[in-house]
Write a protein that binds this ligand. Sequence first.
Ligand code: FPP
Length: 247
Amino acid sequence: MSLKDQLNPDRIPTHVAVIMDGNGRWAKKRGFLRAIGHENGVGALRKTATTAAELGVKYLTVYAFSSENWNRPKSEVNALMSLLVGSLKKELKTLTDNKIRLNAIGNLESLPPKCQKELVEVIAKTKDNDHMTLTLALSYGSKEEIVEAVKGIATKVSTGKLKVQDINDDTVSQHLFTSDMPDPDLLIRTSGELRISNFMLWQIAYSELVFTDSLWPDFNEEDFYKAVLDYQGRERRFGKISEQINS
Ligand code: FPP
């Protein structure tokens, strides 16, 4: 039986988050510039988004550029920003054909104006697509996101709009970039690295984690099915015991 046929259609994760890692190593192995690795990463993202949408995943959130990635050589940062603009233009049809809504989270004001403009346009053009939401995390850092949330909450307290005793988990969630989506059920990281790297630290509190050795440009449908199968084989207890979950 194929991997796809082994999937339980009633237990498809609602939200899948992906740390797309290994573009640089993929390129190095072939004697290419790192930018070529990123270009091939776009293909893997297209494949993953269409596969996820086809399976019925409702939210796919991918780490495309971290706050720390600004520290990479200028040439690589520029290549990534040009790739982002070019890909947004080229992939509008893929998004429309698959009824995928584009969304972006992160410190978006720090992106070059061209990227911001293209993002705003594609987000507006895909806003009514209701099959799946693809969120690009761009200039994103989870600690920064939490700090901003704390500042927002503190401001509401200091201006009398919120009482300290009313602050709870939901208050924090509602002040994050991801306030309009459920937390990820499954987080996938490629390239064999076993780290979270400042990605959605609050939101992945109860996510199932799947690490795969594939370098991101090589990540394909079969790898995605494998990750979902792995997820479906886990028992999510959310701190309870097995008998409580199964009763
Ligand atoms: C990590 O690989 C990947 C990135 C920092 C960029 C991810 C970007 C893409 C997949 C391009 C597609 C996305 C858009 C939105 C254009 P790495 O460079 O850290 O790899 P390494 O660890 O092997 O060096």
